[in-house]
Write a protein of this length. Structure first.
Length: 154
């Protein structure tokens, strides 16, 4: 394998057979769950960003529908069963650490369950957009800004 410019980008390609290795995008999916004007965040128990707070979310599994990912991650990280409502945004997140570079954000509603940190979450709590803990990822910051915009429109 060598590096060649293909389609205006440097890419790994076989010099002999001309096979091109395309790097696959990692897709993250998260949910913005808002109750009484507060947004649900989970505290990361592992790196990257251990100890900081983010939306409940995770990677899209191969063959999994993104809405199912959002509901699955919410249940795993918070113990809550939710409905997945509106698609809020799909955004590109340049990530040099190798995390998700495409993020799908949904809004959801609690159906049932008791809030309890689970899976890789150290804690799970609701926060006012004006009294947030230290945020882990750009995707969570985008969700908070969306919440602030939607509250301003009320």
């Amino acid at each position: 394998m060598g590096i060649r410019e293909i389609g205006g980008k440097p890419r790994k390609a076989c010099i002999e057979c001309r096979y091109i290795h395309f790097v696959e995008t990692k897709v993250g999916v998260g949910m913005m769950l808002v109750e009484n004007g507060q947004i649900l965040l989970v505290q990361r128990r592992m790196n990257p960003e251990k100890g900081k707070w983010c939306l409940p979310g995770g990677y899209l599994d191969y063959g999994e529908e993104p809405r199912a990912t959002a509901a699955r991650e919410m249940l795993e990280e918070t113990g809550l069963i939710v409905t997945v409502d509106a698609l809020v945004d799909v955004c590109h997140l340049p990530n040099p650490q190798g995390g998700a570079s495409l993020f799908v954000l949904y809004r959801g509603r609690r159906v049932r369950g008791t809030l309890v940190a689970g899976d890789d979450a150290g804690d799970a709590r609701f926060f006012s957009p004006d009294a947030l803990p230290e945020i882990a990822f750009e995707s969570t910051a985008l969700a908070v800004e969306e919440l602030r915009r939607s509250n301003a429109d009320i």
